[in-house]
Design a protein around this ligand. Structure first.
Ligand code: HEM
Length: 412
């Protein structure tokens, strides 16, 4: 339903392994390699500063603020748009509605088509679900093609900044995609990247609420390396090993896709004496692999120190691309946006820890509220923590003024 009807076979995440997927993947690799994502660092840093500034104004809305910043970062990197403000979030709502349709298709047991594929041959006039799916595919295609065309028009007038779609346009001939394929390749990045990264950031806030000692240690590192007169930048990253370890631990501790994306074997395979016949759906248990006690002693504890040397990477199974966890998936289908996601998480986490103390909230009777570390919402493209209360306050007097100054200097 998701892979063929709603996305017309164009979405990389659902595309079958083969030459079309390989070409999609090649284009994505080109646009999101370690080197290529460096050009998005300024955007990511300005979005992180904006999110922190917004949180100073209304700390209780931290989740909404982070979500806006991440959505805006991905759309800016993809289409070169200017920052998407809170009041322009109608655009984000349209994109989110597209994701909701896809995820409903993925999780709804009512969609028997995935279990009895023969149903897809029922004539369209007899099946409302099929008419609806094809209609939504048309509408989403119109939306993605509109975004793609907008970049082309601006490019023709020399008004387009560097972005993923402008690279696709430059490589149209070499990649050999149709306009529709290109438009979907770009459009699906938001689908794959926005909710996943935002959920990971919500787990970061939860971890800081539950593990104050970790937060203090990270802040001490920031004070020593960055000081209190400016925001952290990407240039500081190599000097911030504890923050880097903390980012990995957020992804390991609470993987936002605990069962990743199912695969289907394309040939018979043998694993430890068991035959996995061709055509078997295999569901990887990321949650369990990230909690393997041979690799992660005290796996339930949020403990960034485990990543301070390369012991974890050395023990982990191959094909995990030295991530230290398997939250981005495995092998050749590993998340195509992980360089971008890692950068976004680094700068968001460093900026928030530099600016704020994140603590447990207190109720009206003065009782400390301890959020659940396990309750979660499993309703969309990613698992996120159940809503919880925390107290977010600036760490020192000058925070707001520095954030304001950073914003002004970036918009000059
Ligand atoms: C914390 C954030 C993220 C997490 C945890 C995550 C996780 C994943 C996972 C588990 C997969 C499936 C991998 C597999 O089957 O082995 C995947 C695929 C993918 N992700 Fe991400 N992702 C994140 C952010 C992003 C971002 C920011 C982008 C784009 C800008 C992105 C683009 C993609 C794409 C295009 C695929 C499909 C790859 C393919 O099928 O070849 N992801 N991601």
């Amino acid at each position: 339903m998701a892979g063929e009807m709603l996305t017309g076979g164009m979405a990389m995440v659902f595309a079958r392994y083969g030459s079309f997927w390989r070409r999609l993947r090649g284009a994505a690799r080109h646009g999101f390699s370690t080197k290529a994502v460096e050009k998005y660092q300024a955007t990511l840093a300005s979005e992180a500063a904006q999110a922190a500034f917004d949180i100073v104004q209304t700390p209780a809305d931290w989740e909404k603020r982070l979500k806006r910043a991440i959505a805006s970062s991905i759309l800016r990197a993809t289409y070169g748009w200017p920052q998407i403000k809170e009041e322009e979030s109608e655009l984000i709502t349209r994109m989110e509605a597209h994701i909701a349709r896809l995820t409903n298709a993925l999780i709804s047991a009512a969609l028997l088509i995935d279990f009895f594929p023969i149903i897809k041959y029922v004539p369209t006039w007899m099946a409302k679900w099929k008419r609806d799916a094809l209609e939504w595919h048309k509408r989403d295609t119109r939306m993605f093609e509109g975004f793609y065309d907008g970049v082309r028009r601006k490019k023709m007038n020399d008004q387009q900044s560097d972005c993923f779609v402008s690279t696709l346009i430059e490589n149209e001939e070499r990649n050999g995609f149709t306009q529709k394929e290109n438009a979907w390749l770009a459009g699906i990045l938001f689908t794959a990247g926005a909710e996943t990264t935002a959920s990971a950031m919500s787990y970061f806030v939860l971890a800081m609420t539950l593990y104050p000692d970790v937060m203090r240690k990270a802040q001490a590192e920031l004070d020593a390396v960055v000081g209190r007169e400016r925001l952290p930048t990407f240039a500081d990253q190599a000097q911030l090993p504890y923050i880097n370890a903390l980012c990995k631990e957020v992804l390991r501790w609470r993987p936002v896709g605990p069962l990743a994306v199912p695969r289907r074997t394309i040939k018979d395979d043998w694993y430890e004496g068991y035959l996995i016949p061709k055509g078997t759906i295999v569901i990887p248990n990321v949650w369990a692999i990230n909690r393997d006690s041979n690799v992660y002693p005290d796996f339930d504890v949020f403990h960034p120190e485990r990543f301070l040397d390369d012991a974890v990477e050395k023990t982990l199974a191959p094909l995990t691309h030295s991530m230290g966890h398997v939250t981005y998936g495995f092998g050749r289908r590993i998340c195509a946006g992980y360089n971008f996601a890692n950068q976004a998480m680094f700068i968001d986490i460093a900026t928030l820890l530099w600016a704020f103390d994140i603590e447990k909230a207190v109720d009206e009777f003065g009782h400390v509220i301890v959020p659940s570390s396990t309750e979660c919402i499993d309703a969309g493209a990613a698992v996120s923590p159940a809503p919880f209360k925390c107290r977010i306050t600036p760490r020192f007097h000058e925070v707001e003024a520095i954030l304001k100054w950073e914003q002004a200097s970036r918009s000059e």
